[in-house]
Design a protein around this ligand. Structure first.
Ligand SMILES: [Cu+2]
Length: 425
């Protein structure tokens, strides 16, 4: 007997033509940019677990490009990097095709000449829904970005200083628009999926000091909802929140980032990204369970023995800073075996924070500065504070091929803070 309520897996077809476009970052304020389908962000892809994505990239840019699917557990050949495919030349096309095994908030972006192409707008969000999602009154997606505009009103060219601290823009946008106003009905609870698509900006997100609940991270729902008044999103990071209920109809709540010191070279500031207004009251059907997901620890309790050390470093050169992994730029690391538990110590030898991103595999954070912690989420991007140490664990499933990890400050990635490694059978 078939159950009519069961949704059969589908193929999700998406056209992603990369081309020049005019991007209206604020009413009446337009910049020349690059976007997928002429949009910044590009089209939001929504699918269900078990579906297959078929994405057709057409390159109508004046330079080569490629699309990386950030956070998705796909075959190595579909990872969208120069290690696994020839860059897609101007006038060429490429079809990505892969199944979607996990629910969560992901994103896609150019992985070629990233410091230019992502800054110019080549990114978009990708939501995969699970079979049994918690009930909310509304779903929202917020893609955060900062754009650096020069004196002539154009997207600024890369500056030499960007190589050191990463590029931070002066125009803050949510879903491509500056200072949006959102409205939430009093009494209702919304699910907010947030992506930090900035090149280098850390966002210590606050909603005017109000409490909200973190329900998900890079790899879908957390083990439990945790109530906070702020949460840090590094470049590349995602977070899912339960926002509300608020009772004060008419209140205006700042969607803001609080000062966060990621490097001594930048003075931390508070920034306002937008406004959340509490609208007229409405009935609520939301219910956020106390337990959201089961996260089984990969590493047994007790002393943790790392299988690999990854040292994040820097060196001064005649052209400024080189950013290093284990003493070299674009490090070639040892292979890992399918099914073998990986416990990596990520040691930050620099004085600056770096967001460590692993392609293709989710990991658990199992220790901070050597102190074991109980994993409550799956991650693909984790902040390693200056002079700090984060221990991660993952068990590579059967997807052999060439993979990589890197700092997600795009300028650091470009200046060498990345490692290549192979997954072998
Ligand atoms: Cu970095």
């Amino acid at each position: 007997m078939t159950n009519a309520l069961v949704r059969m897996p589908r193929e999700i077809h998406v056209d992603l033509e990369a081309r020049e476009t005019m991007w209206e970052i604020a009413p009446g304020r337009t910049v020349s940019a690059w976007g997928y389908q002429g949009m910044v962000p590009g089209p939001t892809i929504v699918a269900q677990v078990g579906d297959t994505l078929v994405a057709r990239l057409v390159n109508n840019l004046p330079e080569p490009t490629v699309i990386h699917w950030h956070g998705l557990r796909l075959p190595a050949a579909m990872d969208g990097t120069e290690s696994v495919q020839r860059l897609v030349q101007p006038g060429e096309r490429f079809e990505y095709r892969f199944a979607l095994p996990d629910a969560g908030t992901f994103w896609y972006h150019s992985h070629a000449n990233e410091t230019v192409q992502v800054e110019r707008g080549l990114y978009g969000a990708f939501v995969v829904l699970g079979a049994d999602e918690p009930a909310f009154d509304a779903d929202r997606l917020l893609v955060l970005d900062d754009v650096k505009i020069d004196r002539r009103g154009r997207i600024a060219k890369t500056a030499l200083f960007d190589r050191h601290s990463g590029r931070e823009g002066d125009v803050l946008v949510i879903n491509g628009r500056s200072e949006p106003e959102l409205v939430i009905a009093a009494g209702q609870v919304e699910r907010w999926r947030i992506v930090n698509a900035c090149s280098a900006r850390y966002v210590l997100l606050s909603l005017g000091g109000r409490s909200f609940r973190i329900i998900g991270s890079d790899g879908g729902l957390r083990s439990d909802a945790v109530t906070v008044t702020e949460t840090l999103l590094t470049p590349g990071d995602r977070v899912e929140l339960a926002v509300g209920p608020f009772d004060d109809e008419g209140a205006e709540i700042a969607i803001e980032s609080l000062p966060y010191r990621r490097t001594s070279m930048k003075r931390p500031r508070r920034n306002v990204w937008g406004t959340l207004r509490v609208g007229p009251r409405a009935a609520s059907v939301a219910s956020v369970p106390a337990t959201l997901a089961t996260i089984t620890p990969l590493v047994p309790a007790g002393p943790i023995e790392p299988t690999r050390i990854v040292r994040l470093g820097a060196r001064m050169t005649f052209h400024g800073h080189d950013w290093l992994i284990n003493g070299e730029q674009h490090h070639h690391d040892a292979p890992v075996k399918v099914g073998e538990l990986q416990v990596w110590d990520i040691v930050n030898e620099t004085g600056m924070d770096h967001p460590f991103h692993l392609h293709g595999f989710f990991f658990q954070v199992v220790a901070l500065d050597g102190v074991p912690c109980v994993p409550s989420s799956w991650e693909d991007t984790v902040n390693v504070v200056g002079k700090g140490r984060v221990t991660i664990a993952f068990r590579p499933d059967d997807r052999p091929g060439r993979w990589m990890y890197h700092c997600h400050i795009l300028e650091h990635h470009a200046a060498g803070m990345m490692g290549h490694f192979e997954v072998v059978r």
